[in-house]
Ligand binder design. Structure first.
Ligand code: NIG
Ligand code: FE
Length: 408
């Protein structure tokens, strides 16, 4: 006997096994008038609503013809931070750039000050509210980074918050150590010494936290690609997998760097070179695109998703939720921006926030698809068909979200 049967699903979205590269992203298999049976936390059967009538279950749910998708995956967030930066909006309006704000000690460094000051329980409370907000928008798995400590104590504090949230089980969270996110004031002019410090921290992070990834912000005025290479090499030596904030603002060649070191994902890629995109397409590295950031920074040029897909890369989408460069944790909004600003098709977009996003955080075995034997992470959508979601933007279309077979 099944624990639960969900019947009368109007359209069930069944992304193929990934990573979906290039043309494969254009396919989004669906099943109409479908049903799902669940036992415990797992999907045990997928079939037609008609066949479901013959199955016995403790509980039956009528999906009322709704669209049902896998739980969404947000593969790039800066979920844990102290303070907020609404005062920077006026600076931005006056024409000050993101990197200029950072140079003058604001931006990331302002959040570093606030995060160093915050105690763990207040950081936890705040991150938990954001995480439940994300869940309400349909996200059931995500990645979350440190990077607002830039010192041992605060980086560990952030990662402890992420671990606690993950252990709580509301959502599955992959943790990333982003120690080299900016140069703290106490290391100004001694960038390499700071990087050494972050490299020395790697075994401590490995021992005391469940971080699986490391990440570094390679950008003009932050870290060079040489420094990126040094950090990535050390990370691999200590058993971490790699992510990188690559070619966001200036084209430094960090897309190529990501490929060279076999990074699981290269993120941003707005300024990725043609050669970088070519290498990415030929690699296993997932391109995690963050159009919400480009939008929030007020830029006109977005990452070239069309070219990446045409050349054969696997593209995923994420919020990049953080208090400075993308202040939204609504992944549905990002799906609309991907359609409006990067001209991605609805099929590409759904694949990018499910199966490919799961691959970008090493969760492909447990997230991003609905499969027999897989975790029952599901979203019930109040939309007439899947193309409708990116089209009707800025609101929450998720009607109900299930994590491991339970409504959350
Ligand atoms: O991905 N680019 C660097 N890091 C974040 C922004 C963090 C912040 O501004 O607080 C990003 O955009
Ligand atoms: Fe980021």
């Amino acid at each position: 006997m099944d624990d639960q049967i969900i019947e009368n699903i109007g359209t069930l979205l069944l992304p193929d096994a990934g990573p979906l590269k290039g043309e494969a992203m254009k396919e989004l298999p669906v099943r109409h008038q479908a049903a799902i049976a669940i036992k415990g936390e797992k999907v045990v059967w997928i079939g037609s609503s008609e066949e479901a009538c013959a199955r016995q279950a403790r509980h039956r749910f009528n999906a009322e013809g709704k669209v049902v998708s896998p739980g969404l995956v947000d593969p790039h967030t800066h979920l844990v931070f102290g303070g907020s930066r609404e005062e920077e909006l006026a600076l931005k309006q006056a024409g000050t750039t993101y990197l200029d704000i950072l140079k003058s000690g604001g931006g990331i460094l302002s959040t570093v000050r606030a995060t160093r000051q915050a105690d763990e329980s207040s950081l936890y409370g705040k991150a938990r509210r954001f995480a439940s907000g994300m869940a309400a928008y349909g996200v059931t798995s995500l990645e979350a980074k440190s990077g607002y400590g830039l010192d041992e104590e605060t980086e560990l504090k952030q990662l402890a918050v992420i671990d606690r949230l993950n252990d709580e089980g509301l959502l599955d969270i992959a943790a990333t150590f982003l120690g080299p996110h900016a140069i703290p004031p106490e290391y100004k002019g001694r960038e390499d010494a700071f990087l050494d410090q972050m490299i020395d921290l790697l075994p401590v992070i490995k021992q005391k936290t469940s971080a699986v990834f490391t990440d570094i912000f390679c950008e003009t005025g932050v870290f060079t690609t040489e420094q990126g290479a040094r950090f990535m090499e050390a990370s691999l030596r200590h058993g971490f997998q790699l992510k990188i904030h690559a070619d966001e603002i200036d084209p430094l060649g960090s897309t190529e760097l990501a490929v060279q070191y076999g990074a699981v994902s290269a993120d941003h890629l707005v300024a990725a070179s043609a050669e970088g995109i070519k290498q990415l397409a030929a690699s296993e590295t997932i391109a995690v695109l963050l159009p919400g950031t480009t939008f929030y920074l007020g830029k006109d040029t977005y990452a070239d998703a069309g070219k990446m897909i045409q050349e054969g890369a696997a593209v995923a989408l994420a919020t990049d939720f953080n208090p400075g460069s993308c202040v939204t944790h609504n992944l549905q909004m990002i799906m609309s921006l991907a359609a409006l600003k990067m001209k991605m098709t609805p099929e590409e977009i759904w694949n990018a926030v499910t199966v490919n996003a799961a691959h970008a955080i090493g969760m492909e075995k447990v997230a991003g698809r609905i499969t027999v034997g897989g975790q029952a992470d599901l979203v019930f959508w109040d939309i007439p068909n899947y193309k409708y979601l990116p089209y009707h933007y800025g609101v929450n279309h998720a009607r109900a979200v299930w994590k491991r077979g339970r409504l959350i």
